[in-house]
Ligand binder design. Structure first.
Ligand code: CTP
Length: 413
């Protein structure tokens, strides 16, 4: 296999010599492309000697071979280690200032980033956004290891061990995505956005849901290795790549899609804002205003509670069938009858789902925003778990909780 090993400018570059050894000893042909900064830590002579191939970091060397195009095109795999904050940013924004970033832009095969940096840099919103961008485009970005860093500090940010990077690289190439992928082999159905209930051919009753949380959940589940089916009601954001999208408009359409999808799902997450009521009658023609008529009255009828039906369907499944995990969302405001958590606990009981993700809503909160703060309640009665941050952060916490809950259950046959 032809591997391009991109080396970033971090002290952990020295560990990449062992990674290179692992690749060459396994019989792979490795071309090392170091960044200019990385050569201050490990010189090109080391890479040439260990790889047996010429090493360059300039687009102006060997111009006749058009290296900046050829390397990326021909590589079966590109591994970047250490992936510094700078390199992640450059890759995420598609910069092409040197041979390595050019090679990344020309890549046709899988790309694996093994990050290493100080904890603050790894946790910085800019780096997280860059990692999210790269993952959403299909690159694999490993979580850094935790431990002693270069200075007196310690925390997440260490380069994963060369063996771990090697295993991840091989798993990526062989399509065995279960390396660090907790939902591999699982099917996750997620509803997202807000339903629209038609009144006539041009009007509907809708709600403020943007679909951002549901889409972030779909990305997190996909990145965790799951096969994802997104039941997409009206959304302000596009669905992500790499998931199956089932478009729906009304609550009744969503019900049909959800019940069908549930049959082969290990997890169903109802994050859509489903209209509780729909107009009792839908006019085939546009409702006109007429001077001689009273103001129109819209009669509403109840929509079925999809979440509750999913739970009943699951509970009535043949004994011995694998357990399906059902997750509901609750948008709550406190009132005279109780605070947000009290209402949410009652809803969890009523709906019978396994987990309930509780949002505290007001007109300026949650809907359409990029950040969110939730509490995850479990039917098992375990302590409420708080999660906050961007909708991506919150989704990662929810998906990781779901993975934990599924741990004891084997994937569907
Ligand atoms: N839900 C559903 N079908 C409906 C209404 C809601 O499946 N007809 C799901 C939502 O997707 C969400 C959960 O139920 O996962 C909670 O929805 P919410 O509207 O907050 O609760 P309601 O059951 O409508 O209760 P209430 O309006 O009294 O708060």
């Amino acid at each position: 296999m032809r591997i391009v090993l991109g080396v970033g400018g971090g002290i952990a570059a020295y560990k990449v010599a062992s990674l290179l050894r692992l690749f060459t000893e396994a019989g792979h042909n490795v071309t090392v492309v170091p960044t200019e900064a990385s050569t201050r830590f490990v010189g090109t002579a080391t890479w040439e000697a260990l790889s047996g191939n010429p090493v360059s970091n300039s687009v102006f060397d060997d111009v006749h071979q058009v290296n900046h195009v050829r390397l990326g095109h021909e590589a079966d795999l590109i591994v970047i280690a250490p992936a510094t904050a700078d390199l992640l940013a450059k890759a995420a924004t598609g910069q092409a200032g040197d041979l390595l970033t050019n090679t990344l832009l020309m890549a046709r095969g899988p790309v694996l980033f093994a990050p290493a940096m100080h904890t603050e840099m790894w946790q910085h919103a800019a780096t997280r956004a860059n990692v999210e961008t790269l993952r959403s485009r299909g690159a694999a970005v490993l979580e850094p290891a935790s431990g002693r860093l270069t200075g007196a500090d310690s925390g997440p940010g260490r380069l994963p061990e060369p063996e771990a990077i090697f295993d991840a690289a091989m798993a990526l190439v062989q399509g065995q995505s279960d390396f660090q992928l907790p939902l591999a082999g699982r099917t996750v159905t997620i509803s997202a956005g807000g339903t629209r209930e038609p009144l006539d051919p041009v009007r509907f009753l809708g709600n403020r849901s943007s679909g951002k949380q549901g889409v972030a959940l779909a990305v997190a589940a996909r990145n965790a290795g799951a096969t994802v089916r997104l039941l997409a009601a009206h959304m302000d954001v596009p669905p992500p790549a790499g998931v199956e999208v089932v478009p729906v408009e009304t609550a009744l359409q969503l019900r049909e899609a959800a019940l069908a999808a549930a049959a082969d799902s290990d997890v169903v997450i109802m994050s859509a804002a489903v209209a509780d009521f729909r107009p009792a009658a839908v006019s085939d023609t546009k409702i006109k205003k007429r001077d001689d008529r009273d103001d129109p009255v819209i009669t509403l009828v109840r929509n079925p509670d999809i979440l509750h039906e999913l739970v009943e369907l699951r509970n009535s499944a043949a004994p011995g069938r694998r357990q399906q995990l059902i997750v509901g969302f609750a948008a709550e405001t406190g009132d005279n009858d109780g605070d947000v958590l009290a209402h949410a606990r009652a809803k969890l009981q009523r709906k019978g789902c396994d987990l309930l993700v509780v949002n505290h809503v007001g007109t300026d909160k949650v809907f359409g925003q990029d950040t969110n703060s939730v509490v995850i309640l479990a039917r098992s009665g375990s302590e409420p778990q708080e999660a906050s941050g961007t909708k991506t952060d919150v989704s990662a916490a929810i998906i990781s909780r779901i993975s934990g809950e599924l741990n004891s259950v084997s994937p569907r046959a």
